[in-house]
Design a protein around this ligand. Structure first.
Ligand code: SAM
Length: 166
């Protein structure tokens, strides 16, 4: 089940003020994607985007970037700040993403996936990502286990591999 926090206006303002944007982590994601063949850079979706400081870091690499968050207060803060013209925001739960199947090239969730209903979110990510698309989960902690069908071990091995390479 998803945990609903961060939804107040004050929380959204503090987050915008104090969140340090993880430029290096975005570089790790983009260098991974650069090596993918065929590469497509049409649409990136940042799920649980908060006020969008990290969402905008994706803007130089994609034709379109959409930040989504369950909290309307976070979306309002994201819209109120300066954003690149190819960036937009939508209020939506991570477990019901407003995209058609196979439409998305990159799904990110930055310090957010631990709040989601992860089995449902992973199912949604799998649905909206194109074949060969990329899911990037960023976290401050590595004690989060992923469970998804019969690929749970593979997903957790990939997380460990990225952890020790970065
Ligand atoms: C710790 S903040 C991270 C914000 C942003 N990703 C960042 O790194 O700056 C977590 C965000 O996830 C959102 N969130 C929590 N549960 C969610 C859910 N089930 N669906 C969508 N967003 C959710 C919260 O509203 C909050 O904005």
């Amino acid at each position: 089940m998803a945990v609903r926090l961060f939804e107040g206006k004050d929380h959204a303002s503090s987050y915008l003020q104090y969140r340090v944007a993880p430029h290096e982590m975005v570089s790790v994601i983009m260098s991974y994607i650069e090596k993918r063949k065929p590469k497509r850079s049409e649409l990136a979706v940042d799920v649980g985007c908060g006020p969008g400081q990290v969402t905008v870091l994706l803007a130089p690499y994609f034709n379109k970037v959409v930040g989504t968050d369950v909290s309307q207060a976070m979306i309002d803060r994201a819209l109120a700040k300066s954003n690149p013209p190819n960036t937009s925001y939508r209020q939506s739960p991570a477990e019901e993403l407003p995209f058609t199947a196979g439409e998305v090239d990159l799904v990110t969730a930055m310090t957010a996936a631990h709040w989601f209903d992860r089995p449902r979110f992973l199912q949604e990510a799998d649905r909206v990502l194109r074949p060969g698309g990329c899911l990037a989960l960023l976290s401050y902690t590595m004690d989060m286990n992923l469970e998804y069908g019969d690929v749970s071990d593979a997903l957790n091995d990939i997380c460990q591999e990225v952890r020790y390479k970065s």
